[in-house]
Design a protein around this ligand. Structure first.
Ligand code: NAP
Length: 285
């Protein structure tokens, strides 16, 4: 498996550090991003920056997609699949939901391309540290497993189809609920005329205390909202959780309410801030 080459399509918050860690591990990277300027810094680490996604995929053993959503992945891969090398693998890491993951598995099957459904857990910092948790389903392939080992601290294999995208929705439903809950707790404390830090003091050291509540409360209270996970991306994910849950026969009213709050956050102008900005949706009448 010498001289592994990976095409990284999408070098945003997640794709850029993933590509950089692959380069640091001695893996060849051909990078493409719609806005080329965001991929260019990777050239200093040895990446070949390409103008077109199909150009990045040509000559790559593995094509990683780390794009915004199902529509952007579909649009890009429609042009890329025909350009992929024989025997190459598509590792789909973006959060696209259940229905799109199934569609991509079928697109790949028709082109006789190996498809790995492998969304990731962890945000900007774990991506930079090579400490993501990879949720993986599909055929095991040693080239892709090598990539997982570089970008992640562990890989959880959950099936041979697109189960990983479903598990990703389960986990994101939980994370988004927690984030919206923290924002609402702070907003409530404020409108009740309380110091919002009383909330953190009240839960300190008990079973209700979670590190995540502190991290997201701090981000809100200090107005340090540089995105690790943009509110607009979180709104997209909440909609995926809600629609996939409904389609499968559940009643995910919490995901639906969180989705409304996140859409409101975007409307209020906080879409490109961290999802902790969901606080603003709860704070206003
Ligand atoms: P991001 O920084 O907003 O990057 C999104 C990427 O998608 C950019 O490369 C963007 O290109 C590209 N893109 C958007 N629309 C496109 C289109 N129509 N055609 C081609 N490219 C398009 O987001 P991110 O945080 O890295 O997230 C990437 C994926 O990882 C998402 O599916 C997200 O849900 C998932 N994820 C994120 C996190 C997190 O904490 N941030 C964690 C786990 C999973 P431009 O630069 O040109 O806009």
């Amino acid at each position: 498996m010498d001289n592994l080459t990976v095409a990284v399509l999408g070098t945003g918050i997640m794709g850029e550090p993933i590509a950089r860690n692959l380069l640091r591990a001695g893996i060849g990277v051909r990078a493409w991003n719609r806005t080329r300027a965001k991929a260019e810094p990777l050239a200093a680490d040895g990446a070949i920056v390409c103008d077109e996604p199909a150009e990045a995929a040509a000559g790559a053993d593995v094509v990683v997609t780390m794009l915004h959503d199902g529509d952007s992945v579909e649009e890009v891969m429609a042009g890329v699949l025909p350009a992929m090398e024989e025997g190459a693998v598509w590792a789909q890491m973006s959060t696209v939901g259940a229905e799109a993951a199934d569609r991509f598995a079928e697109m790949a099957r028709k082109r006789e391309v190996l498809f790995l459904d492998c969304p990731v857990l962890g945000t900007r910092k774990p991506a930079e540290d090579g400490a993501l948790v990879v949720l993986a389903s599909g055929p095991r392939d040693e080239r892709v497993e090598k990539i997982f080992d570089v970008i992640g601290s562990r890989t959880q294999w959950v099936g041979d189809g697109t189960e990983a995208s479903r598990l990703k929705l389960v986990v994101n439903g939980w994370v988004l609920t927690l984030t919206a809950g923290v924002g609402e707790a702070i907003a409530l404390a404020e409108v009740f005329g309380l110091d919002p830090r009383f909330f953190l003091e009240a839960i300190e050291g008990g079973l209700l205390d979670v590190p995540y509540a502190r991290i997201k409360s701090d981000a809100v209270l200090k107005r340090e909202l540089t995105p690790s996970f943009k509110a607009v991306t979180a709104a997209k994910d909440a909609a995926l959780v809600a629609s996939a849950g409904r389609a499968a026969g559940a009643t995910p009213r919490i995901a639906e309410a969180v989705c409304d709050q996140l859409h409101r956050t975007v409307e209020l102008g906080h879409g490109d801030e961290d999802m902790a900005a969901v606080y603003f949706a709860a704070r206003q009448a």
